[in-house]
Write a protein that binds this ligand. Structure first.
Ligand code: GDP
Length: 481
């Protein structure tokens, strides 16, 4: 990708002319007390004036209204009254999109709302594309790209923690940090480029030892943000939890028992293959994404091999593994070496050993003790089919997540894969720059690496952005947002 000149990378966004007028229903379609239809762009005050009459009077001049004012009246079409509404006026630049905007709150029936939308479209608005209001807010400099994405994440948040993280990002905490880093890099880069202009005179505007010191600090900060991604991803997508164990240990029964509790099941994610299923549940603000894998055994048929391979892949990606075994079997201790192997093979995941079928194991207390001694770890005894011991199990699961929590003390988190990758690229570029300085390589190459780092960081907040990224981000929004 060619680098943009520094001037373009740093140029502030100048609010463009107001865009063509767009309209959309901003609330979910369905029956409710109220619904909101919003319009934004050039000429929306005139459009609103043509469809809205204030109570007892004729046409109302929106263009003369002060901003942030609500007016009670009604929307009319060519055949007469459509609905009584409250019209909220936002004058540019004091609106979400920074354009002139009007929000019409009407009664919440789907027919009424669609009719009002149709009246506005007939009067010259175009139906907004998904995320177009937010896209305009970004393009006009009202919010940066990271904040725009946070709005999307807030809407889609499936747990309290995911919601809180999105709110923090929407407020711009991460953006402020990234902007500060960019500024520092920009300064260093500018000094190096100045040296290039004076290359014949062999001057050094920034001492290399000072530059190295600054880059080390920046690298530290970048690494901290990169490391926060595991925690950020967990907050956003849930703790990737895999239930592993031999066939008949009771994995499916446990999955159903966990999901079947009165806890809120927030979504159903059908597995991409038939070998495993994924479901989410929230327990005490923490979201768990549970995967039931195909039983771990030596596959006899080709298709089974594939299922097992996928199971192991899921396990290797997990944040937490629940290793389930059937404690009623006489050879239950045969699983100990398998557990030990799991600990070695998946060191980054938390392993929770769970012994099932205590209800048909008269000496389960003794067997649990044996297992604890043999594995050297805590073992939860449960009877999944009878839902016994599940409170203790979920409690243990939460304790493990707290552990993951504590790994990351900072409040600023990276939650998006896009941001994570950009930060990794920026960090690589800085590392290259540091190595080049160490080797005493020419200023030009160092400046090139710093510019790359700048560009990668700029991609996150949208200081440097291409159309493709924008489309990818905003198409995930709903229409009206
Ligand atoms: P999976 O192959 O690991 O998914 O195991 P399943 O969930 O299909 O369970 C295998 C068998 O064990 C089924 O017949 C279940 O009813 C039974 N089972 C599961 N949990 C328990 C339990 O807690 N107690 C008893 N007695 N049977 C159980």
């Amino acid at each position: 990708m060619p680098l943009l000149p520094l001037e373009i990378m740093t140029a502030p966004f100048t609010p463009p002319e107001q865009g063509e007028p767009i309209a959309a229903i901003a609330t979910p379609v369905g029956i409710g007390a109220l619904a909101v239809v919003r319009i934004s762009g050039k000429g929306v005050f005139d459009i609103a004036m043509r469809v809205f009459h204030k109570k007892g009077s004729q046409a109302f001049h929106f263009a003369q209204s002060k901003g942030f004012r609500a007016h009670f009246g009604a929307v009319y079409d060519s055949e007469g009254l459509v609905d009584e509404v409250v019209a909220l006026v936002f004058r540019s630049p004091n609106s979400f999109t920074m354009e002139d905007m009007v929000e019409l709150s009407c009664h919440g029936g789907p027919v009424v709302v669609k009719h009002i939308l149709k009246v506005l479209l007939d009067e010259g608005c175009r139906l907004a594309e998904p995320g177009e209001f937010t896209r305009r807010a970004f393009l006009n400099g009202r919010i940066d790209l990271l904040q725009a994405e946070a709005i999307g994440e807030m809407i889609h948040a499936r747990s309290e923690s995911a919601f809180r993280t999105a709110v923090t990002q929407m407020q711009g905490t991460l953006s402020t940090r990234l902007d500060a880093m960019r500024e520092q890099l920009l300064r260093s880069c500018a000094l190096l480029e100045l040296e290039l202009d004076f290359s014949e005179e062999d001057v050094e505007f920034q001492s290399r030892s000072q530059l190295q010191k600054e880059l080390r600090e920046l690298q530290k900060e970048l690494c901290r943000l990169i490391d926060s991604y595991q925690h950020g991803r967990i907050l956003k997508e849930g703790v990737a939890t895999v239930i592993a164990g031999k066939p008949n240990a009771g994995k499916s029964t446990l999955l159903n028992a966990l999901l079947g509790e009165e806890r809120s099941i927030v979504s159903h994610i059908p597995g991409t293959t038939r070998d495993y299923i994924e479901e989410c549940f929230v327990y005490e603000k923490t979201m768990f994404r549970l995967t039931d894998t195909a039983g771990l055994r030596e596959g006899r048929e080709e298709s089974e091999h594939e299922g097992i391979r996928r199971s192991y892949k899921k396990i290797s990606e997990a944040d937490m593994i629940i290793y389930l075994l059937d404690i009623s079997l006489d050879n239950y201790l045969d699983e100990v070496p398998v557990i030990a192997e799991f600990l070695v093979r998946y060191p980054s995941a938390r392993l929770l050993v769970v012994a099932n079928k205590t209800d048909i194991t008269p000496d389960s207390a003794e067997r649990l003790k044996q297992l604890r001694a043999a594995t050297g770890s805590e073992v939860c005894g449960i009877a999944a089919a009878k839902r016994e011991g599940l409170d203790r199990l979920t409690h243990e699961m939460c304790i493990m997540v707290e552990g993951l929590d504590k790994q990351q003390e900072a409040s600023v988190l990276v939650t998006s894969l896009r941001h994570y990758e950009a930060l990794r690229n920026a960090s690589d570029a800085l590392r290259n720059a540091q190595a080049l300085i160490d080797r005493g390589t020419g200023t030009e190459l160092v400046a090139f690496e710093l510019r790359s780092a700048l560009e990668y960081i700029g991609e996150i907040t949208g200081k440097v952005v291409n159309e493709e990224i924008l489309t990818l981000i905003f198409e995930r929004f709903c229409i009206g947002k």
